[in-house]
Unconditional design. Structure first.
Length: 103
């Protein structure tokens, strides 16, 4: 199955702030999620949402798999040292995305 990849607006902004070479590496790995949404090395984070973490060098991509809709939702992109701060905010962003999607 092929999954569609979607980004929260905030994740697009976070990606745009990174160096061009890092952006290319991250986008290449995210592209791979279309066919293998849970590649080797991906870990599930603790919390109410089943966020997954993808390592790309010193950067991390936090995402969700909406299996019922075949969507990989990229929630946050950032440096490994501060990517895990305020995960509860991500949960609210995902809920808002789901509500907008159902309209």
């Amino acid at each position: 199955m092929i999954y569609a990849v979607q980004f929260l607006e905030t994740a697009v902004e976070e990606l745009a702030e990174l160096p061009q070479e890092v952006q290319r590496q991250i986008l290449k790995r995210i592209e791979g999620l279309k066919t293998v949404p849970r590649p080797a090395g991906v870990k599930q984070l603790k919390g109410p949402e089943k966020f997954l973490r993808l390592r790309v060098g010193n950067y991390r991509v936090i995402y969700l798999i909406e299996g019922k809709h075949l969507v990989v939702l990229v929630v946050k992109i950032g440096d490994r040292k501060d990517i895990y701060e305020r995960v509860e905010v991500l949960t609210r962003r995902v809920k808002a995305w789901r509500q907008n999607r159902s309209k």
